[in-house]
Design a protein around this ligand. Structure first.
Ligand SMILES: Cc1ncc(COP(=O)(O)O)c(C=O)c1O
Length: 355
């Protein structure tokens, strides 16, 4: 692709549609999707459902909408609760939507060990019994993969699926970046999808689309979610213009993801070799850089040094500087980050705080 130079590493949402993607959007056949008449939306929904090995999919405006529709569709009999990761997007960053839209109590859990939730973590907080009416029974488990770029082990997902089956509750996967997990772990999307009842896949993050996310599940589930999407104001019209970007991304951008992961690893290894510390293992497209012992604010020094060189950093996650790669980050950009990091490590650009 020609016009792929975009060195904004704050997030993989910072991609811009390429000329080729825009061409695909302009040329897309369209119709009224609210009446089920947009052929490009239908093609995208069928394509993603097939990729997931599930009967149906729904094109949504965002991953937040897709996750919230999933929760609303699974939880039909309040008062109910759902179990999720303490740092999950649905708990931390969806504006309390599960409480507002679905009257759900969220039970956030911190993993006992490691980064992702395991069956044991979920078992501990799961509410099987309303306890004389004092508790909200758990009817949904929500997982996130990748979690801050870290791939959830497939075996853990399988064990959680078994547990949910025993308890007869649903599992929803926020797989905003499941595209990355699949590429990094060599596990097919449909294998992950087989562990859950519904899943969200984002198109506007590492896939490089301007808009969109896919909710995937059974035919009955997606029909109900489609009805709720209308209630949420998400019944759109000639959305094929946007769906065309999604089809383009699956064919043309997803296959480049392994390169993005290789660049991410090169960046992470280079930073570690220079003495920088990482907060989480690097599996996919994210590097979380710690500031060692708060003596030297290496994070701010890196942000400041890179800005004049055209590289944008600046998002923090739990005290770590989050560097995110996407398909428009090239090798030259990684070279520049490592050059500036080297200068900081050598002390020439150090920004000393606290004396
Ligand atoms: C894991 C995860 N899920 C869901 C979302 C929500 O996506 P959006 O902001 O596009 O609604 C995000 C956004 O960053 C995310 O990282």
């Amino acid at each position: 692709m020609k016009d792929t130079c975009n060195w904004d590493m704050r997030s993989d949402t910072m991609t811009k549609p390429t000329q080729e993607m825009l061409q695909a959007m302009v040329q897309a056949p369209v119709g009224d999707d609210a009446s089920g008449e947009d052929p490009t939306v239908r093609a995208l929904e069928e394509r993603v459902a097939q990729l997931c090995g599930k009967p149906a999919a729904l094109f949504c405006a965002s991953s937040t909408m897709s996750n919230q529709l999933a929760i609303r569709t699974h939880l039909r009999d309040p008062p109910e609760s759902l179990v999720c990761h303490l740092q999950s997007h649905i708990f931390q960053y969806e504006s309390g939507g599960a409480s507002l839209h679905s009257q759900a109590q969220m039970i956030p859990v911190k993993p006992n060990e490691g980064v992702n939730l395991t069956r044991g973590d979920i078992e501990k907080v799961f509410v099987s019994d309303p306890y004389g009416g004092h508790k909200a029974p758990t009817h949904l488990v929500v997982l996130e993969n990748t979690f801050s770029g870290v791939v959830m082990p497939f075996e853990d997902m399988r064990e959680i699926k078994e547990f949910a089956r025993e308890k007869r509750v649903a599992v929803h996967l926020d797989g905003a970046r499941l595209w990355n997990a699949s590429v990094a772990a060599g596990v097919e999307i449909r294998q992950y999808a087989d562990c859950v009842d519904s899943l969200n896949l984002c198109l506007s993050k590492s896939m490089g689309c301007p808009v969109g996310a896919m909710l995937v599940g059974s035919t009955e589930f997606i029909e109900k979610a489609r009805h709720f999407r209308k209630v949420f104001g998400g019944g759109w019209r000639q959305a094929g213009v946007l769906a065309a970007a999604g089809l383009f991304a699956i064919d043309r951008i997803w296959p480049t993801m392994a390169d993005t992961h290789r660049r991410t690893k090169r960046l992470a290894d280079g930073l570690v070799a220079l003495g920088f510390e990482l907060a989480l293992p690097v599996h996919t497209n994210m590097v979380l850089v710690r500031s060692p012992k708060a003596v030297i604010n290496t994070q701010q020094a890196l942000i400041d040094a890179l800005r004049p060189r055209g590289v944008v950093l600046g998002n923090f996650y739990e005290g770590s500087l989050r560097i995110v790669l996407h398909h428009q980050i090239n090798d030259r950009c990684i070279d520049i980050v490592l050059e500036e990091a080297q200068k900081i490590a050598n002390g020439s650009e150090m920004n000393v705080v606290n004396g």
